[in-house]
Ligand binder design. Structure first.
Ligand SMILES: C[S@@+](CC[C@H](N)C(=O)[O-])C[C@H]1O[C@@H](n2cnc3c(N)ncnc32)[C@H](O)[C@@H]1O
Length: 256
């Protein structure tokens, strides 16, 4: 029979919204230090209570992003420029937990991941946003024609790329709405495999699209972990880096 090839069904993440998941996580623990790449209105780092680094070339804070944070460093620049500045090395900062939610093109997220891992405590965790898309429109790399709703670009590629090149990393893929949350742990800041293979990875993956790659093949390659069950199990992979919120000194008003 002739006709268009049937597109495999995309799957929707049925879990808790990522922002609610983070609200609860930050109620339960603080980190020395937390870093967020891609912040815009500040909604996802506002609930963070520990020391925080926020990077975005275009901030538009719409909420109280300071709250009780004892230190907040804001860098209004791209993540590539931020890492190239060597600012964290100069300040002697080692990160515990990061949320990477900047430019949604896989080569950017790959660089953000490589640069972040190199500056992270080996017992730390790196969260990647938007790696589990649920329709074809949201996959576009065309920055001039972004979809109205969620846009994931092609950062889904980070899951198969990390699986192939860094089988030593542990990936926990939470079923958070709308577009998943991937936690990467068992980090190795000295590992240079991704850096050494960066050009080869781009040559292999830039022209791959998810539909011809296989939507089912992509989803079937990882276990989708229920976000609320992960929280109910007391956030297993955070055990070595979490600190009790009571360790944070609350700001006090010194003049009227
Ligand atoms: C989806 S928004 C972040 C939303 C936020 N994390 C939240 O959940 O509320 C993506 C942000 O990435 C920023 N961005 C785009 N390119 C970037 C780059 N090269 N480096 C860092 N951030 C970038 C955009 O300015 C935008 O504010």
């Amino acid at each position: 029979m002739f006709g268009a090839k049937k597109v495999e069904a995309f799957r929707r993440n049925p879990g808790q919204r990522y922002i609610e998941f983070f609200d609860e996580l930050h109620q339960r623990m603080v980190f020395d230090w937390y870093m967020e790449i891609g912040c815009r209105a500040g909604r996802s780092f506002a609930p963070v209570r520990g020391k925080t680094i926020a990077v975005d070339p275009f901030f538009k804070a719409e909420v109280d992003v300071i709250g009780s944070k004892p230190q907040l460093l804001i860098f209004q620049q791209t993540s590539d420029d931020f890492f190239a500045s060597g600012m964290l090395e100069k300040m002697g900062i080692q990160i515990s937990f990061s949320f990477l939610d900047g430019m949604h093109l896989f080569e950017y997220l790959l660089r953000d991941f490589m640069n972040t891992e190199a500056l992270t405590n080996p017992e730390g965790v790196i969260a990647l946003h938007d790696c589990v898309p649920f329709n074809e429109k949201m996959l576009t790399r065309d920055l001039k024609n972004l979809p109205k709703g969620p846009w994931t670009g092609d950062v889904w590629k980070l899951i198969p790329i990390l699986r192939k090149y860094r089988p030593d990393l542990e990936l926990t893929v939470l079923n958070c709405r709308p577009t998943g949350l991937v936690f990467v742990s068992n980090l190795d800041p000295a590992n240079t495999v991704l850096r050494d293979n960066y050009e080869a990875i781009l040559a292999e993956w830039t022209s791959i699209d998810l539909v011809p790659y296989g939507v089912g093949r992509f989803y079937d390659a990882f276990e989708s972990v229920d976000a609320e069950a992960f929280a109910a199990a007391d956030y297993p992979i955070f055990s070595k880096i979490r600190q009790a919120p009571a360790t944070i000194r609350k700001p006090t008003k010194v003049t009227k």
